[in-house]
Write a protein that binds this ligand. Sequence first.
Ligand code: ATP
Ligand code: MG
Length: 251
Amino acid sequence: MEELLSVNNVHMEYSTGKSKLVSIQDISFTIHKNEFVSLIGPSGCGKSTILKMVLGLIKPTSGTLLMGGKPLGEDNSRISVVFQNPALFPWLDVLKNVEIVLEPIMRDREERKEAALKYIKMVGIDGFEGAYPRELSGGMKQRVSIARAISTSPELLLLDEPFAGLDVFSAQALREELLDLWLPPDKPPHAVLLVTHNVDEAVQLSDKIVILSRRPSTVIDERPITLERPRNTRSDEFYRTVDEVVRTMSP
Ligand SMILES: Nc1ncnc2c1ncn2[C@@H]1O[C@H](COP(=O)(O)OP(=O)(O)OP(=O)(O)O)[C@@H](O)[C@H]1O
Ligand SMILES: [Mg+2]
């Protein structure tokens, strides 16, 4: 399998006043092309920190992150992100919120609009192109964020607890839709890195789960999930896998 992202012996210390806080002791893992990877671990173990490093927003104290074998540079156009709280521009309608990220990569206005509309439809919010973020529910805003993130055809899609703020029904619906977007192997994104606290969610979606310890964090286990897709989230096999992951997390 072709390696897309590798995180190698990343160590992270934050200085808080006079003292140092070791957030990440030593984390290494890889994401291959066509792989859906989840990162799970206790609150404060550095999951969001890792995503920020992948986005190039912060640098590790030591260790390296490589994309396609090369150091992550200034150009992060191959990577998109969806955060827990959708960061939409309140003064722009849904269509403009998606179009704006396409501006740097699509010159032609009509082409841009067409592309934005396609992704808005894909995430099931067509009809709301002219609505403003304040007029949308949490789930709908999260759909706009997802449309925006995938509209740039990223190689790697980062998701930081994107369903955590939603009710169980919206979260489940959106997970299914994410899977539909993800599964065709020839279309971007070519890999997904999902941060979640939800073990069921990780088992339902992932090809591999990277389990982190509490701070200062290390990788407890890198566990392949080989359940056949589409996955039956009510099967004994599914429950057994969830149980194994939970036991690994809290030995
Ligand atoms: N800018 C910062 N300055 C100082 N400490 C920070 C900073 N950002 C994060 N930390 C610390 O680093 C640790 C890891 O934070 P991070 O947000 O990555 O955790 P997380 O695994 O995403 O947690 P959660 O599951 O609660 O979102 C925490 O203990 C936090 O206090
Ligand atoms: Mg976090």
